[in-house]
Design a protein around this ligand. Structure first.
Ligand code: NAG
Ligand code: NAG
Length: 380
């Protein structure tokens, strides 16, 4: 006769085995978001999320070399949004401008080089000369509205609302508003003329956050209830900002050799954004508005980068010149003739001066998913 003791010890062994299997699945980035049952994902953003709408610099190799396909993604491979879609058990999204797509599982409206603010909102003296940056979040939400009208007979009717309610809305945007202000951002990627102090005086953060909230209100008016808004990562660690400041003898660096005042400024944006999202949540009790902390995720990776297979934290894989492999000159950017690429992008946080490697995107998405999963209130 089997004793109670041996039965319960078997149960214990099985349950610890299960525990190990479950924890293994979690660290290996399994489909944790699948339990949320998202039918579709609608994504909004800039080159960190654009999967082929504004093709341009990222259409040429070595962009896409790791996946073996040049799609317009600004990385050697996949982006954070791709890992979110995979985790949700959905196929990779289609770019909204893809005429041949059926958009069964949503659409990606992100536009490379886009700012949150519309042109008339941008302080013109800062943006003069930046021709490419005509796109804004407003253009993306307008395209979303036309998209809804094309897929629903009655865009405000119950059937369409039901589809929107079962979808995840993803928004990651804002870095370009600051890049162009602080960095001039001229077509020639010219060296920076504005200091962080000047950027602070312009009080840009409230305008950027206000434009994000306006965009979110449009999405909510179409029935969005599950909304994920990502904050900005510590870009004071990027070759784009580090390079021009390397000539500044009074520049202050933090423990990860990142520019302290740039990161503090982006953190200020993140705090301001979270407060605004809190108010939006109060006004919309039926929606679940979740903040995704990319700042924390990237700092976690910086602190223990070797654990994530990363050796180079601030040097671009693809690019040329200086300590950070970046020269602020259009003809010397990644993708241009004669500009070299490293042999293993996965060892770098940055693939080029601003955009992350596929490995970084995967690891950052993994940390984000762990962070947002309880807040999304999905089934386990
Ligand atoms: C990657 O891109 C470079 C251009 O920089 C190209 O010469 C090379 O053949 C590509 N490698 C692979 C494996 O696709
Ligand atoms: C140099 O760094 C200091 C300290 O961060 C900063 O106050 C100053 O504005 C920087 N100078 C320029 C030209 O960016």
């Amino acid at each position: 006769m089997a004793t109670t003791a041996s039965i319960s010890s078997n149960v214990l062994i099985i349950s610890s085995l299960l525990f190990f299997i479950v924890s293994f699945l979690q660290v290996s980035g399994a489909q944790e978001l699948k339990g949320c049952g998202f039918q579709a994902i609608y994504a909004f953003g800039d080159s960190l999320t654009d999967i082929g709408n504004n093709k341009g610099f990222a259409e040429r190799p070595p962009y896409g070399n790791t996946t073996g396909k040049q799609t317009g993604r600004a990385s050697d491979g996949l982006l954070v949004i791709d890992y979110i879609a995979q985790s949700a058990g959905l196929p990779l999204l289609n770019p909204s401008e893809d005429q041949s797509a059926t958009f069964q599982s949503g659409a990606n409206f992100a536009l490379s080089a886009s700012t949150v603010m519309t042109n008339e909102k941008k302080p013109q003296d800062l943006f003069k000369g930046f021709v490419a940056a005509g796109d804004s979040l407003e253009l993306e939400t307008e395209r979303f509205e036309s998209h809804v009208k094309s897929i629903c007979k009655d865009p405000t009717g119950p059937d369409c609302k039901k589809k929107m309610e079962s979808s995840l809305f993803f928004l990651w945007m804002g870095i370009n508003d600051y890049n162009y202000a602080i960095a001039d951002g001229g077509k020639e990627a010219s060296p920076f003329i504005k200091t962080i102090e000047q950027a602070k005086q312009l009080k840009l953060v409230p305008s950027v956050v206000e434009a994000i909230i306006k965009g979110l209100k449009t999405l909510i008016s179409y029935g969005a209830t599950q909304v994920l808004v990502l904050g900005l990562p510590p870009y004071g660690c990027s070759p784009y900002f580090l390079t021009p400041q390397s000539k500044n003898s009074s520049a202050v660096y933090d423990e990860h050799q990142c520019l302290k005042d740039y990161n503090d400024y982006l953190m200020y944006h993140n705090i301001y954004l979270q407060e605004a999202l809190g108010s939006l949540q109060k006004e919309n009790p039926n929606a679940n508005i979740v903040y995704g902390d990319t700042y924390k995720a990237m700092r976690t990776i910086l602190a223990e980068h070797t654990k994530y297979g990363i050796e180079m934290v601030s040097q671009a894989c693809c690019g040329i010149g200086g300590k950070y492999n970046f020269t602020p000159d259009y003809k010397q950017l990644c993708g241009q003739d004669g500009v070299p690429s490293c042999s293993d992008p996965s060892k770098h946080i940055f693939f080029d001066q601003l955009h992350f490697s596929q490995n970084m995107n995967e690891k950052m998405a993994g940390l984000l998913i762990q962070d947002i999963l309880p807040k999304l209130k999905c089934k386990a």
